[in-house]
Ligand binder design. Sequence first.
Ligand code: ATP
Ligand code: MG
Length: 304
Amino acid sequence: MQPFDHSESIEPSDRTVGPAAAGDRAEVPNREALSVAIASGKGGTGKSFLATNLAIVAARSGSRCTLVDADYGLAADHLLLGVSPRRTIQDLVEGRAAPAACLHETPFGVRLVPGTTGVTELAALGRRELHSIARGLGEWCRESELLLIDAGAGIQSAVISTIVAADAVVLVVQSEIASLTDAYAVLKCLMRRPAPHPRFGVVVNRATSAEAALASFAKLADVARRFLGVSLHDLGHVSEEPAVTPRRLGQPPLVASHPECRTAVEIRRILVRLGVMTGGLLGRPRLPTEGIAERMIRQLPRPA
Ligand SMILES: Nc1ncnc2c1ncn2[C@@H]1O[C@H](COP(=O)(O)OP(=O)(O)OP(=O)(O)O)[C@@H](O)[C@H]1O
Ligand SMILES: [Mg+2]
């Protein structure tokens, strides 16, 4: 179990999430963003809520942040970020748009690659489609400093293939046994894929108290360590926020409308901890064969 570090600051610092200096960038030709997938086993745990708000916090701290809505069946990030997308990930998969054409500016400084809703073909992605998405992720990563991937719930092969190539996976859980069990199932599927594996962090969402959240984290971390040999990082919790659920569409995400509320502070703290867990949220140099696209393609299950 990863010990909880109480020494970190609450606010993201420039050192942790700020943009790379222009000089640094020029010296490293193959820079690629740090990629972080936001995942869960059980649906509805708050992945999209957290992904959109984390992306806004990162963008507002000066990071060139791209959010990819990789919920291939029921995408919602464009609604949460107030965008009417012209091109979505479906256009990329079906060969109608290049990766760059799927990037949309949002009013919150984040760039979004929208997903699609109610398209069953996309919910059952095969090797060819995932190959296109891998190429897209590679290109979006090269254009960004932080790439967040809002993944679909569950353990379908397409979901696991998308998140296993990320540098880090944030499992969003709630303090209930079904949510923790399903998060464990995701971890198990990820660990069955060939190494290297991402680093894993956990956020307990809709927490009723810090103590209850820590107890839930400890349970999951314990079984992950004992049965999978994986060390999980405690990224903290997000409280149940009464102002979130009754919000109407068209209202800005919480960190934009209520930047000083407790939940917004907790979300900023999660970003700081993510920076600590990953060794900094800046883009890093990479060898051409080590990018997210190559890692994802190598991981795709072979046709039977
Ligand atoms: N901390 C919170 N406090 C109150 N409501 C929350 C909180 N986090 C999420 N919610 C609400 O819970 C619902 C589900 O959240 P969200 O859509 O982000 O889940 P999800 O994991 O992305 O779901 P899916 O698996 O369907 O993609 C939303 O109505 C959201 O506003
Ligand atoms: Mg979602």
